[in-house]
Design a protein around this ligand. Structure first.
Ligand code: DAK
Length: 258
């Protein structure tokens, strides 16, 4: 891979967007490589959590590659749309938990990738923003849909209409970042959370992720119905037996299913 690096430290995979010269700007090739890497990781039973980050200390990703987009016509725009949505859908729906380690600017398509992750942890120098309408387009990688679900419609509209950026503390205040940490502690903080999540029953975590994701597009009744189905499924697992038995025997559980 040219622009995306994968490092696996079981049970965690770190996926790094690696174009620091242009602040990890996302061209078609980057999106393709992110998706291919996520597909590879999803097939790996040993990986339970994926951390997505950007190379260097300045940017997670400063958006889609403007130098590429400036030359593109409608057909190419549509092609880019498919690639951006494929990467976002994978981050949102793969069976592993995805954490965005936002190590600087997360703008435009970069912000949209972070929004597609399950959890966002920001370094103190992080900035989030969707500058698209200032470029004559709109956030087309899921930003108009995911931002409002995460921070509410009113705030999402303001950020998208004004192109204002929010710094890490403001992102934390409005629920866009789960945590803010000093930059030098970012990967350790993400790794600690990843290991904590990986110590739980992984299949149950995946089912919980599925149930929560369903809530974003279903009404309460269908969402609760899905939750009940998944819970029924989990009651039939070895890990449920192990988790409850371990509690009663006052020992640590040894989960095996994924
Ligand atoms: N694309 C290309 N190159 C970029 C870039 C970008 N998005 N962002 C930065 N760079 C390059 C700069 O051109 C510069 O290159 P050189 O001049 O050194 O060759 C280098 O990275 C360093 O950037 P700066 O010199 O500008 O660094 P500063 O610290 O001064 O400023 C900045 C940092 C992040 C504030 C600034 O670089 C900036 O405003 N960058 C652009 C942010 C932006 O507007 N991003 C694009 C948003 S639009 C779609 C789906 C999604 C999208 C589009 C379509 N479909 C479904 C069809 C997404 C669109 C977007 O993301």
């Amino acid at each position: 891979m040219k622009y995306v690096k994968l490092s696996i430290q079981e049970p965690v995979a770190v996926v790094t967007i690696d174009r620091p010269d242009c602040l990890n700007a996302l061209n078609s090739q980057v999106f393709r490589e992110i998706s291919a890497t996520l597909q590879e990781v999803e097939a790996n039973d040993q990986v339970r959590v994926v951390i997505l980050t950007g190379a260097g200390d300045k940017a997670f990703a400063a958006g889609a590659d403007i130098a590429q987009m400036v030359h593109e016509n409608g057909k190419q725009g549509k092609e880019l749309a498919l690639l951006t949505h494929q990467a976002g859908d994978l981050l949102e729906n793969i069976r592993q938990v995805t954490i965005a380690a936002v190590n600087g600017y997360a703008l435009g398509g970069g912000c949209e990738l972070a929004l597609a992750c399950d959890i966002r942890i920001a370094s103190e120098n992080a900035h989030f923003g969707l500058p698209e309408v200032g470029l004559g387009i709109l956030p087309g990688g899921g930003g108009t849909q995911r931002l409002s679900r995460i921070i509410g419609v009113g705030r999402a509209k303001e950020l998208i209409f004004t192109c204002d950026q929010v710094d890490a503390q403001e992102a934390y205040r409005i629920g866009l970042a789960n945590h803010v940490v000093p930059q030098e502690e970012l990967m350790d903080a993400c790794m600690a959370m990843a290991k904590k999540i990986a110590s739980k029953a992984s299949f149950a975590v995946t089912m919980a992720k599925n149930a929560i994701n369903v809530s974003m597009s279903a009404d309460m009744k269908s969402g609760c119905s899905k939750e009940q189905d998944l819970l029924g499924l989990l009651f039939a697992t070895q890990d449920k037996q192990e988790g409850m038995t371990a509690f009663l025997e006052r020992r640590k559980p040894n989960f095996t299913e994924f």
